[in-house]
Design a protein around this ligand. Structure first.
Ligand code: GTP
Length: 264
């Protein structure tokens, strides 16, 4: 709305942080870390779990999809496999999402952040109609940021790094929301290599050449595309296990929320 010169109708608070990431990247552990950090810093965080299939959560969720939709029963009732069951559960929950927004709006004055955990299989959220409905519902009401959790040790090869970044790029263009890359597991592998590759595409191309010759021409063209994409995001190194990088992460979220207020 600010582009038309009018004051936007969004509230400044709370900021919604939608946590997405490949299976095993550490979303749930990271979310737990965010919850601990907010509690220790006396920041008020509200937690929403959107993974209907998770068995146990290490944190207490204020709103939990599992209280509304029974994933195993959905599988039985609609004769679905695990992924179909998760997707259908999310669809069912999305039909009631206005109620979730209402609950958050009622508490908005007391909340700084809403932390949103998403299903283990990333595409169930990022490529589904219900994921889009939920994201839209948030983004039309509150400043909303997507945090993409990257498994840093697994992204240390140029080829895997590139596919990870291409996925991040597709999320940015699909959601059109500010994106923060959280390079997780820095207790195992530092993320300096990633920063270097993102700042200097020639360094990345050199790494690419020494790693995998097969797709090199294609990969080098893609690295130029990604170079443009990197200008649109913020990245921080974090460790969900040690707690490193939390202040930097929240700074990046705040800057992204500012960007959201100016742009949307
Ligand atoms: P799914 O939802 O099951 O796809 O996984 P997830 O992305 O929620 O990841 P989860 O939090 O279950 O973590 C996956 C594995 O990575 C677990 O074994 C975690 O202990 C481990 N892990 C997560 N964060 C870190 C980290 O910062 N450092 C290290 N060393 N391990 C981590």
């Amino acid at each position: 709305a600010s582009s038309s010169g009018q004051a936007h109708s969004f509230r400044r608070k709370p900021v919604i942080i939608i946590v997405v990431g490949m299976a095993g990247s550490g979303k749930t552990t990271f979310l737990h870390r965010l919850v601990c950090h907010t509690q220790a810093s006396r920041i008020c965080g509200y937690v929403l779990n959107l993974d209907p299939a998770v068995m146990t959560l290490p944190y207490g969720a204020n709103i939990d999809i599992r209280d509304t939709v029974k994933y195993k029963e959905v599988m039985k009732q609609f004769n679905l496999g695990p992924n179909g069951g998760i997707l259908t559960s999310l669809n069912l929950f999305a039909t009631k999402f206005d109620e979730v927004i209402q609950v958050i709006e009622n508490r908005a004055d007391q909340l700084d952040y809403v932390l949103v955990d998403t299903p283990g299989q990333i595409e169930i959220f990022t490529w589904s109609a219900s994921g889009a409905i939920i994201t839209e519902a948030f983004a039309s009401t509150f400043p909303t940021v997507v945090a993409y959790v990257v498994d840093t040790p697994r992204a240390s090869r140029p080829v895997t790094f590139m596919s990870t970044m291409l996925y991040a790029c597709s999320i940015l263009y699909k959601t059109r929301l500010p994106l923060v890359l959280a390079f997780n597991k820095t207790d195992v592998a530092q993320h300096q290599f990633a920063l270097e590759w993102m700042e200097d595409f020639e360094a990345f191309q050199a790494a690419m050449r020494s790693d995998d010759s097969y797709m090199s021409t294609f990969a080098q063209s893609l690295s130029l595309v990604l170079d443009e994409f990197y200008k649109n995001l913020r990245s921080v190194g974090v460790s969900a296990v040690s707690g490193a990088g939390m202040d930097a992460f929240f700074k990046a979220i705040e800057a992204s929320a500012e960007e959201y207020m100016e742009t949307y």
